[in-house]
Design a protein around this ligand. Structure first.
Ligand code: NAI
Length: 283
């Protein structure tokens, strides 16, 4: 049954911060719209530099949400963000971290020849920023007891996808930070999980060389096909809601079944077809 356009009120009364909506394709953009549908209110945030090329103002207008720009690698700006958020509304019930950038990946530097300044920048933006955000939230007394934090990850944390390169390291660190904070936040009933999402055509996604091949490969393998951004948003909503109040420290695959597959008929037939053979029939 399709989700009704006015939702189910799963997040009624909850207030949060959503980091990382750049344009309509962004996972965070879809998450914000789904949160609104489920009656949450939230503050939107992105790096100050995105004022020049992003379209966050449009989302803010559409959802009636304030924007507080902050670079997620800058502790001072994060402190100021949480200070402002709490002085307006008190501590937040949820935080969504949907931030990523592979600097070497963007500049086509192979894993064997990384620029290590860029590599550290990649780890800072894509992983340590989660630590910075949670730490700032704790310092500013901005995280409500019983709240929920979700970060977006990718299966490149567990398996090698050659073109994902340094971003695999960043996602492994991100998921480790989820576990480390999960333990520490548990005593206040605060949950933290990562959602490992299918390849999705967004600005960050399309910035990876070979993205189309990764997308098609996953699409051929996953029994349900690739999960799109809207379904990712619906899943994230459940993790922000009280229905998942005992789920924490998990990396949850939202990938149409991709992560459990080995090989599929579709993939075998396509490969043998491409190689000009008919051996696929014997498998
Ligand atoms: P996106 O490009 O729309 O979002 C990435 C966001 O990170 C942008 O809004 C960007 O401005 C923000 N960002 C970069 N540097 C920042 C900084 N210093 N401070 C604050 N924000 C900063 O792309 P997408 O795909 O929506 O990415 C969101 C998350 O989902 C990322 O963590 C990404 O790795 C993850 N993900 C994406 C997949 C895909 O195929 N698109 C698959 C699995 C996970």
């Amino acid at each position: 049954m399709p989700i009704p356009s006015d939702g189910h009120g799963l997040l009624a009364g909850k207030h949060g911060v959503i980091f990382g909506a750049l344009d309509e394709r962004s996972l965070a953009w879809q998450i914000a719209e789904a949160c609104q549908r489920e009656d949450a209110t939230f503050v939107l945030s992105n790096a100050p530099v995105t004022r020049r090329f992003g379209s966050l103002e449009g989302l803010a207008e559409k959802t009636g949400s304030p924007i507080i720009y902050a670079d997620a690698t800058n502790d001072g700006e994060l402190d100021a963000l949480f200070d402002e958020v709490t002085s307006e509304r008190g501590p937040v019930d949820f935080v969504v971290h949907s931030i990523g950038m592979g600097v070497n990946v963007r500049k086509d530097r192979p894993y064997e020849d990384l620029n290590h300044d860029w590599y550290l920048k990649t780890l800072d933006i894509s992983a340590a920023s989660l630590h910075r955000i949670v730490q700032a939230g704790l310092k500013q007394d901005a995280l409500a007891d019983g709240g929920s934090i979700v970060a977006l990850s990718y299966i490149g944390a567990q398996r090698i996808f050659s073109k994902y390169s340094e971003m695999g390291d960043a996602k492994a660190l991100l998921e480790s930070i989820v576990r480390a904070f999960g333990y520490r936040l548990g005593k206040r009933g605060i949950r933290i999980n990562s959602v490992s999402q299918s390849p999705t055509r967004t600005s960050a996604g399309s910035g990876i060389t070979g993205f189309d091949a990764m997308f098609d490969f996953a699409e051929m393998l996953a029994p349900l096909g690739n999960a799109d951004a809207a379904s990712c948003a619906d899943f994230v909503v459940t993790l922000l809601s009280d229905y998942t109040r005992m789920v924490t420290m998990q990396n949850l695959y939202h990938d149409g079944g991709f992560s459990t597959m080995g090989v599929s008929d579709h993939l075998v037939e396509t490969l043998f077809g491409a190689l000009g053979g008919d051996k696929g029939k014997d498998v």
